[in-house]
Write a protein of this length. Structure first.
Length: 200
């Protein structure tokens, strides 16, 4: 539906009945043994995604990608994990270089993840002091190639709709148990739409 980009100033995010205040300016393998080995094979380069038909790029840095690797659900005992994504901005790119979660106060099971909202707000405030801006969330799925559930899409759509901000939408990253980058579902989400971003 035309050009999409992350542009604007993030002021405040509210999710469901609680809110996370966001401040600042912005432009926005198959076998378990193979998966286990892939998990500890560190990524040394950033991944770049095209943001719709715009000239803007989404860059996920190697430290963030390795954080995802460390929390993949590679066996039956692995719990779902998640957290928040923080970025710095330029005219050409949104660069995600900070990631948080999971936290001890989060509620986690094999197939669900409920973040602690108070801890999230503390993270947002601290990251803002460091010059990083909230741009979205990440969580894991216990499947090689993750597919966002209807609940995933509804949750992120509602978060965008109930927030006061000037971004086109929020980023959602779902981390599957397979080999990265194939195990990443990266999307830009508005209050109504879900746009999967393609690796450049």
């Amino acid at each position: 539906r035309g050009r999409r980009c992350l542009v604007g100033r993030v002021d405040q995010r509210r999710s469901e009945s609680e809110q996370r205040r966001v401040r600042g300016g912005a432009r926005l393998g198959t076998g378990s043994e193979v998966l286990h080995l892939c998990r500890w094979n560190r990524i040394r380069t950033s991944f770049t995604y095209q943001v719709g038909e715009s000239a803007q790029r989404l860059v996920i840095t190697a430290p963030v990608l390795n954080h995802f690797l460390a929390h993949q659900q590679v066996d039956a005992a692995s719990l779902e994990a998640g957290g928040q994504l923080f970025a710095q901005f330029s005219d050409e790119a949104v660069r995600i270089s900070k990631v948080t979660g999971p936290r001890g106060a989060d509620r986690r099971s094999r197939f669900s993840y409920v973040p602690n909202r108070a801890e999230e707000q503390k993270e947002i405030d601290e990251m803002h002091r460091q010059g990083f801006h909230f741009v979205g969330d990440w969580h894991t799925h216990p499947e090689c190639i993750p597919v966002p559930s209807r609940f995933d899409k509804r949750t992120i759509n509602e978060a965008v709709a109930k927030s006061r901000h000037h971004l086109r939408g929020f980023i959602m990253v779902i981390v599957g148990s397979g080999s990265i980058p194939g195990a990443l579902h990266v999307s830009l989400n508005t209050a109504a739409d879900h746009l999967r971003l393609n690796l450049r």
